[in-house]
Write a protein that binds this ligand. Structure first.
Ligand code: FAD
Ligand code: A2P
Length: 404
């Protein structure tokens, strides 16, 4: 019997972070409002999507008879993966190279902008300690609005306390939050992912807690008014409420564990969460000589809508070089993080030339092109070969993107 191992995604574990769709060099992965699916006619099992997946939902395979693969329609309808076909499971233990009969046999090309691996010196992250079937329960220890009361952006600093439950995290990791209730089809809501905004030893040092930076979603991507399920749930939680959490997730967007590595951090809005965690880690380490090594580019609509604006302004310049870019200040031209990068091009070039520099980009997906273009221009200005440098930084786990 002609069989092959069909690549499928486990909908019960998937947190819909879009990483697989972003990573697939053949565009074999797509999604609807509920599930992420793999087209068996396109997937060539190249494996590019496997390691970036935070949950492991992507690494599932089902032995099927050629010509009878699970269709996209079937995959979209799943709440759980179908059982293994025991009669077939033993036949093809290895993943075949090609899925369907007419699958496109194209070699995977590394089109990713960031590293799939952690910095070489990063501490070992714990991942997937709690899953959908056995989530952790955390208690809300605080929920504070970070943005001006008069602004439309409701961004909150939310502190979750895990009590005596182990929940070890590193800066740059994220968690999943399971909102209560069901979707329009009566199925439980899927978990949403949030970056951790506090360092590894807690929002408050020595406490078993962590913080999140959550923006209340009040409009869909098309601009129509819609209350985001999980962001509204979280933003409305009061102190003492409990919340179901899965994770931690993330094994590559991590900081180097060398106390003096230069960090170039570029973010918009809630993308500041991991930058806050990393900056606070370095501040608490308080390593002698940690000066002029952190450079931050942070974009928001206005100063009032920039999370952590107040505390950021209090950090000494010699510890962190803060560059803010505002896009909607009346009377001022629109400025994005990539414009701010260009204004500091020679300093950015100097950082790029340092083999210890690590770059982190987090926030709006739309900024990726502009940021890459600015980094490339800075490399040129410093007489560095950007394509080679970029490839080297990716190999060494020194450039990371987390956009959504
Ligand atoms: P949904 O009910 O899922 O969606 C409602 C509507 O909002 C839909 O029309 C949808 O298209 C649109 N929408 C979905 N996501 C967004 C978005 N991010 N911005 C604008 N519109 C959206 N969010 C944070 O607030 N803080 C974080 O630190 C954070 N970290 C993330 C890290 C990763 C790796 C990823 C993948 C996402 C992260 N997010 C973060 C986004 C978060 O996971 C949710 O997507 C977001 O809170 C919206 O969820 P919701 O349930 O409220 O909206
Ligand atoms: P804009 O005023 O054009 O929306 P948000 O408040 O939606 O989270 O966005 C954070 C900041 O990122 C805003 O200043 C927003 O500007 C800006 N932004 C939007 N698109 C891009 C982009 N393509 N590159 C960089 N920044 C962007």
């Amino acid at each position: 019997m002609d069989t092959f191992q069909q690549h499928v995604i486990d909908p019960a574990i998937c947190i819909r972070c879009n990483t697989c769709e972003d990573t697939c060099p053949l565009d074999a992965v797509s999604h609807d409002s509920r599930n992420y699916v793999v087209d068996p006619e396109i997937c060539n099992a190249c494996g590019a999507c496997i390691s970036p997946c935070p949950t492991g939902a992507i690494d599932n395979w089902r032995a099927v008879v050629k010509g009878a693969a699970y269709s996209l329609e079937e995959q979209f309808s799943w709440d759980d993966l179908p059982e293994e076909n025991a009669a077939l499971a033993g036949i093809t233990p290895e993943h075949d190279a090609i899925g369907g009969e007419d699958a496109v046999a194209i070699q995977a090309v590394d089109t990713a902008r960031g590293s799939a691996t952690a910095p070489r010196s990063a501490a070992s992250p714990t991942t997937n300690l709690y899953g959908i079937k056995r989530p952790a329960e955390a208690t809300i220890a605080g929920n504070f609005r970070l943005t001006g009361a008069e602004t439309a952006s409701d961004v909150r600093h939310i502190v979750l306390d895990f009590g005596s439950l182990p929940f070890p995290v590193l800066e740059g990791q994220s968690i999943g939050v399971i909102p209560p209730g069901t979707d329009a089809a009566g199925r439980p809501h899927h978990a949403r992912q949030y970056s951790i905004a506090s360092p590894r030893n807690g929002e408050r040092p020595g406490y078993n807690n962590l913080s999140l930076t959550v923006k209340r979603v009040a409009a869909g991507q098309d601009g129509n008014a819609v209350d985001g399920v999980c962001s509204n749930y979280l933003c409305d939680l009061e102190k003492g409420a409990t919340v179901k959490v899965i994770g931690p997730f993330g094994a590559s967007f991590l900081m180097p564990d060398t106390p003096l590595s230069p960090l170039l951090m570029i973010c918009t809005g809630t993308g500041s969460a991991p930058m806050r965690a990393m900056t606070e880690r370095r501040r608490r380490l308080n390593h002698p000589g940690d000066e002029n090594r952190l450079m931050l580019f942070f974009g928001a609509r206005t100063p009032e809508e920039l999370p952590y604006f107040g505390p950021l302004k209090k950090l000494p310049n010699r510890f962190i070089d803060v560059n803010l870019a505002f896009s909607r200040v009346p009377g001022s031209p629109k400025r994005y993080v990539q414009d701010a990068l260009m204004e500091r091009i020679s300093d950015v070039a100097q950082l790029l030339a340092d083999p210890g520099t690590h770059i982190y980009v987090c926030g709006l997906r739309g900024m990726e092109d502009g940021v890459i273009a600015a980094l490339s221009a800075a490399a040129d200005a410093g007489a560095l070969d950007w394509p080679n440098l970029h490839a080297e930084m990716k190999r060494e786990g020194r450039i990371h993107f987390e956009t959504y």
